[in-house]
Design a protein around this ligand. Structure first.
Ligand code: CP
Length: 423
């Protein structure tokens, strides 16, 4: 395990901020930050052996989770070998998965390669539009050494000829070792899973859930909070937009509910409020919830602003966009007026970037608080972790790493301010 993954795991298991860990082991925060950089970074410093032994000593007295495959998988009873929902996760099991994602980072960031899934095949079945989820699941599987076959839309699948989900699932089980499915209907991915013993991953089922997106969002929040010495416990999370159909919010709210004493502000038009069963579930777990239609007041004091796109494609016939005015656009002026220097601005993407859209504005593109491309980049490591744990190779990865043989750009995006890999 890399030094960075070791230290991040230690902080996660002890629920320590960087300042707390630095204090406990008697070093400066600056020294700890340099130990937490990726091995390949020019600024990284090696942690002395004595410090590592000290951290291990502190860890012995910390409440620990086991690192077996079972603990990393959500426990969904007979469907436990699939990832259909975040419902089965505990705080320990989700954090164990995030630990595996940390181990994947050097591969995801193209500093190392592995072949642990050489010979394995992924079937990517997307019956709804997607850029991120489809391509990042493909990329994650390929970076583990596997290969990918896929189909997109109903038109190019034999479902267009009336084939059932059960038949389709059974057929593909003979071709692939993992199946990723996005489908416009709630519950359709679970139907795929019931027809196969090959692991099925829900890549979004209508207005239901999007578990892998929520896992990468949680991972991003934890990584970014760590830089500014915050813990998820006690954080103020603001969800904005279409909370009724926004499946990423449904899954992420459930994962965040595993932490303690959060404050949730739910900002949406009246017609697009978070489903009541999710609100009640958050309240039952002891979190504080406010629901409002007022963006300006709702954003105040946010640690995380999580904006979402209006899912027009899911509207029932009688539903219209009338209630959703330009007042719901999250833009630079609004963020400056309501949020702090360390507020994290997130969005699962895609956002509607057309002029006048009621979405996350492109005028925030140069704001260092904007984490949208950190989310997309982290999606690779998290999806690699999902595959590795579902297929039982997560313990082999760290012993299989080799140097990359090709040139990787120092910056990926034309406007990136931080070299790729130093995030
Ligand atoms: N966040 C997300 O699910 O994006 P895509 O629809 O592009 O996959």
């Amino acid at each position: 395990m890399s030094q960075q993954a070791f230290l991040r795991d230690a902080m996660r298991r002890m629920n320590f901020t960087r300042d707390t860990l630095a204090q406990r082991i008697g070093i400066t925060r600056r020294a700890l930050d340099s130990w937490l950089l990726p091995d390949e970074s020019a600024e990284t410093r090696k942690m002395p052996d004595i410090a590592q032994r000290f951290v291990l000593e502190i860890l012995k007295s910390a409440p620990s989770y086991t690192q077996s495959v079972d603990s990393v998988r959500p426990g969904n009873g007979e469907l436990a070998h699939h990832l259909l929902s975040v419902d089965g996760y505990t705080r320990d099991s989700v954090e164990a998965l995030l630990r595996v994602a940390d181990i994947m980072q050097p591969i995801a960031r193209r500093q190392k390669t592995t072949r642990v899934l050489e010979g394995a095949v992924l079937a990517n079945l997307f019956f709804e539009a997607s850029t991120r989820t489809r391509l990042s699941f493909s990329s994650a599987f390929a970076r583990l050494g596997g290969s990918v076959c896929d189909t997109t839309g109903f038109t190019f699948s034999s479902m267009a000829k009336g084939e059932s989900i059960a038949d389709t699932s059974r057929v593909i089980s003979g071709y692939a070792d993992a199946i990723v499915v996005r489908h416009p209907e709630l519950g359709a991915v679970a139907e795929f899973a019931r027809a196969t013993h090959v692991p099925v991953i829900n890549a979004g089922d209508g207005p239901g859930e999007h578990p892998s997106q929520a896992l990468l969002d949680l991972y991003t929040i934890q990584r970014e909070f760590s830089r500014v010495d915050k813990l998820i416990d006690g954080a103020h999370i603001v969800f904005v937009g279409d909370l009724k159909y926004g499946r990423t919010v449904h899954s992420l709210s459930k994962l965040l509910a595993l932490y303690r004493n959060l404050r949730f502000t739910l900002i949406s038009p009246q017609s697009l409020m978070l489903p009541q069963h999710l609100v009640e579930s958050l309240a039952q777990k002891g979190h504080h919830i406010e629901q409002t239609h007022d963006l300006q007041s709702g954003l105040k004091g946010a640690d995380v602003v999580y904006a979402t796109r209006i899912q027009k494609e899911r509207f029932a016939q009688e539903e219209t966009l009338e209630a959703y005015s330009a007042d719901f656009q999250v833009n630079q002026a609004l963020i400056n007026a309501t949020c702090a220097a360390h507020t994290l601005i997130m969005h699962p993407l895609p956002r509607d970037s057309r002029p006048g859209a009621n979405d996350l504005s492109i005028d925030l593109n140069h704001d260092p608080r904007l984490a949208i491309f950190k989310q997309t980049d982290n999606g690779i490591a998290v999806r690699m972790a999902i595959f590795a744990t579902l297929l039982g190779v997560e313990d082999q990865v760290q012993y299989s790493l080799r140097e990359v043989g090709w040139r990787v750009p120092v910056y990926l995006g034309a406007e990136d301010e931080v070299p790729y890999g130093d995030q």
